[in-house]
Design a protein around this ligand. Structure first.
Ligand code: DLL
Length: 430
């Protein structure tokens, strides 16, 4: 099922890459059909015979796989191998219902390490570097994904895990770590804690912040870079496909290279399921090309993005996905206006007077939606609150044609921080 990875695969001329993908698409469709009852059934129902699939162009013939399919086949019904061959389990918790259970064979873990290593190299890291891993260890793929990849590459790994922030700061300083990986919200929290302990985060020896696992806008990235005086590069991934390591930015910071020899991307219109024009925004759909334990055909990630097939300035030909702008399913419709939380965030973070922390509360009163925005003042703010509130409102309504019902400005530290795991910024009480 697997070709060799010689590092240069990320720079293959695209026609050559395409030939490799075509071969692997054929293999994985047949493999899934023959080894997973679920695919035998869904492909059969769609009248698709694996013999008819000759390459990536035929993928649109296949039905999508969705998160509901994982739930329906809980815990291991989507697996293509016996548990005997599975040597690792992870799980992704949903907000409702059972988690999605994912499994890895020995070869799958090799692929995972390989794609993680590509990302580290792309970010300029070498085996001589020390990486503090502040992703949670456990069922979440972040902790072990980064850990195994960095270990395989020969970096010194500090398995700090999530939380325990004061100790994280001390470890960073004392071990003079070169890099840290964590969620963007936790990166900003860590900077604050460092400051409260009397450290200047910019003075820490960190050269690289690897952030991911949740949305992050460009102003927020710049804020992380400024605070730590380090390059911040983005990672994207999801448990169902492998975990982190699906896509990662190089130092050009012009989008995340998808490791296309292992994961085949499509962009669809989330409403119709049809492919969009090249370069248009839509929902990312991924097909695993080499996974053994859990092959996944046309998985609807729910993540909205665009793809750029131009060769990157770094020389890699691997397609780049832009930062996720929202979820196909987190579109907020408030009094008929379509809003993504990330759009509100972008506007809010334009203001120097505001710290990069905010929350959105949605309620329904008398059948009408209301949106209350709470933002936090920067430490050094000494201006007029009324005037600032007015400017925020004006800017939101100019950019988004929308004005929140209330804009509340709270003192520095007034918004609860995420100490472990992913940040929650939108509270939909409707
Ligand atoms: O979050 C894997 C990961 C760990 C990625 C560490 C990067 C770093 P899950 O818990 O299964 O896996 O969550 C996957 O998180 O569908 C996206 O909605 C969101 N997500 C992941 N990376 C990004 C990102 C890990 N860079 C879900 N930007 C995905 C925006 C992201 N959203």
């Amino acid at each position: 099922m697997r070709g060799s990875d010689d590092g240069d695969v990320t720079r293959l001329p695209r026609p050559e890459l395409r030939r490799l993908q075509d071969e692997r698409v054929q293999e994985v469709v047949r493999y899934a059909y023959e080894n997973v009852e679920f695919y035998k059934h869904t492909l059969g129902a769609a009248d698709v015979n694996p013999d008819d699939v000759t390459g990536a162009d035929d993928l649109p013939l296949l039905p999508f796989t969705t998160k509901e399919d994982f739930r329906d086949n809980y815990p291991t019904g989507m697996f293509a191998v016996d548990m005997e061959d599975v040597i690792r389990i992870h799980a992704s918790s949903g907000t409702t219902g059972k988690p999605k259970i994912v499994g890895y064979t020995r070869d799958d873990l090799d692929v995972w390490r390989e794609v993680m290593t590509r990302g580290f190299r792309g970010a300029g890291l070498t085996s001589a570097d020390t990486l503090q891993n502040a992703y949670s260890y456990g069922l979440f793929t972040g902790g072990f994904g980064f850990h195994d990849g960095a270990t395989a590459m020969g970096m010194s790994v500090v398995p700090a895990g999530g939380g325990n922030t004061q100790r994280q700061v001390e470890m960073l300083a004392d071990l003079e770590s070169d890099a840290i990986c964590l969620t963007p919200s936790y990166a900003l929290y860590l900077a604050e804690v460092a400051e409260s302990m009397g450290y200047d985060p910019a003075e820490l020896p960190l050269s690289t912040v690897l952030y991911g696992a949740e949305p992050c806008t460009e102003p927020m990235r710049r804020e992380i870079e400024r605070r730590f005086d380090a390059a911040a590069v983005e990672n994207y991934g999801l448990s169902e496909i492998i975990g982190p390591g699906v896509a990662v930015e190089c130092l050009e910071q012009q989008g995340m290279h998808i490791w296309e020899d292992h994961f085949y991307p499509e962009i669809i219109n989330p409403d119709t399921g049809e492919p969009v024009e090249e370069g248009e925004e839509g929902e990312l759909v991924l097909t695993t090309l080499t996974k053994q334990a859990l092959p996944v055909l046309r998985y609807r990630t729910g993540d909205l993005t665009t793809l750029d097939y131009e060769t990157c300035d770094c020389g890699r030909t691997a397609v780049r996905m832009n930062s996720v702008t929202g979820r196909a399913d987190d579109l907020l419709i408030v009094r008929g206006v379509n809003l993504y939380p990330s759009e509100i965030e972008s506007v809010v973070l334009e203001f120097d007077e505001i710290a990069p922390h905010y929350r959105i509360d949605l309620r329904r009163e008398d059948e009408l939606d209301r949106l209350d925005l709470t933002v936090e003042l920067a430490d050094d703010f000494d201006g007029s609150r009324d005037e600032l509130e007015r400017r925020i409102r004006t800017r939101l309504s100019n950019v988004l044609s929308f004005s929140p019902d209330t804009v509340e400005l709270v003192a520095p530290g007034g918004i609860e921080r995420t100490k472990v795991g992913k940040v929650q910024r939108v509270y939909d009480h409707r």
